[in-house]
Ligand binder design. Sequence first.
Ligand SMILES: [Zn+2]
Length: 736
Amino acid sequence: MKKKLTAVIYWLVIAGVVGLSFGAGFLYRVWNDSAVAFRQARGNLLVAGLRGSEPVSATRIYDCYGNQLATAFVENRYPVTLDQVSPWVIRGFIATEDRNFYSHGGVDLQGISRSMVHNLRTGDRHGGSTITQQLSRGLFLVQDQTFQRKLQEAFIAMEIERQFSKDEIMEMYLNQIYFGSGAYGIEAAARTYFGGISAAELTLSQSAMLVRMVKNPSGFNPLQNPDRCLTQRNLALYMMADYGVITEQQKQETSELPLGVDVHRYELEQDWDYFTEYVRQYLVGRYGWSAVYEQGLEVYTTLDPFMQESARLAIDSILTLKEPVWDSLTGTWLEDPERLGYESSWARWQAVEDTTSGAPDYIQGALVAIDPTTGYIKAMVGGRDFQDSEFNRAVQSRRQPGSSFKPFFYAEAIEQGWSPGSVILDQPVVIDLNPGSWRPRNYDHEFHGMVTLREALARSFNVSAVRVGNAVGIETGAARATAMGISSRLPIVHSLPLGSCMANPLEMARAYIPFATGGLARNSTAILKVEDRYGNLLESNEQPDPGRRVLSVTGAYLMNSMLQSILREGTATGAHWYWGGPFAGREAGGKTGTTSDYADAWFVGFTPDLVASVWVGYDNHVIRMRLQNGRGQSGSSIALPIWNGFMRRVFADADPSTAPEFPGPVPGEVEEVVICRVTGQLANAACAEHARSELFWTGTAPTVTCELHTDSTGFEADTTLGEFTDFDRTFGQGGV
Ligand SMILES: [Zn+2]
């Protein structure tokens, strides 16, 4: 028995010695690490804007005229000295965070034991960290909660106490802590939450609120959680009274005050919008976080501020007109048949809210404008309100482009030798899908017999587009779209010519560049040049992308002609009364897009010097754009008006004499003949109103005169396109 006990003691002693030496080694290592970390961090402490006025260098972003758009720097921080801070703040922090601040040596053993007792009693997890420890945590260390980390914090806190006075420590602390809403330090917090006042002006109530906010900057935020924020403010007042820095009466009176928060957006993200955020993300991705936020870059962008403002106004004015109006007096939606249905926009939203938590429920729009001659992004609006939703629909969204995708397949057909006057059969087609089959339908649920390529595209016949896709090959058409500028991966499916893929407004605008440039594709960029803070050039696009040929000169000319027809006679004829003519002497072309059930509406259009794409829809794909009178909203009814409003404003003061020749001189390979649009054969007098002038690749124009309209008395019966169901012959340049 005794022997056994001796053995136990023996082993305990061994374990103790081993444990102690391990413990000592561990402590020594932590101490050593901390000393190294402190030596490194001490420099930061002095230069990082805490003790001096020299902040880390900011990155500045400029528009195309060299005017500053935005500044990116490490934090929204305005260093102040202790005498520039309201005494209520200092008393509040000492009362709530560290009552022995002026007596402890960095670590407060009394405070730790008090908080341990408190934690055991209440189940809370208060740290009991002193203000000096909190300062060391924020300054030097990754914010994890390991035991080793806590020891390091303590060591560094003691080192800080040896090197700085209590006032210096308090000052650094007040300049460093985070108050939420992007506000670092007490001065930024005062400016942000209380209408731009300084830290010296903070009242007792305001100070008490801020003192508690550092505990949980988002949870106790007066914007998101005003009730919790008020409770916490009053808790701070209670603790200050308990500590004796305010009287019981001050506590009572101040507790009854409202928070009085007056948030200054100016101090939040005043100069950021979708474009500058897009640039910032690009810079961080390419140069790294530190280069952008600490070393400072000079970033000259391609943005035209007037176009940006025009884009924002165009989206805002049209969508505001379409939106249902909520009457807060009666608590109901005002009925207006010409506005979007509230069932689809609101009630439906409620039903699916949990799947897209936090996303705005109102109709959204995005616009990207690019100069096709350079690839420069001149305007980019990614939504209706950046403050409300930073999701950039111009580049981050993935939506079906619908019919606005068709031109890529038509371009492929043209390059394969078809002409705008080639006729195609708009008749039911059955696609074998193995398993199953698919019968594409037209928007109007009708079939239109023989139609020219131009008419099929202008009137956006789906069946014709599917036949074109089958004829040219889905894979070749997809490759053409990619070469032209679509960067999203394209599914090789029979419905691809109808735009059953995913794309964003930026790539749609980019992929239309060749239609405006006579066949040259260009990369899009927002960056003119980037310099470091010493003026060294890091990147430059001042010599714009010379472009790469993706369409032949003639092919691009023929496509341009067809896309112009859309604005004159096709799905986009609404353009006429919206715009009333060319923009400052510039003809325009473009294509609408509407996806099934009105989830997405598009218009992508161009003049020789500006390509712009517009998307409209709800963030939630489930919600459809339908007016209260039941009408669905299409590309031509809701996206085209935005495009028109934008273009009209941009070119309002432009000089028509500066308009580039468009689409340029007629290439030698084009011939113009008058055809019968019903048969695609050469027109004769009997074809009457079916005759029209059309463009062909030289040598491919029809040679046979119309065999249908031979009797000048017989054409009347032939005006109904639906009767020509038996046409499957090949006319002129190939029917499908
Ligand atoms: Zn005819």
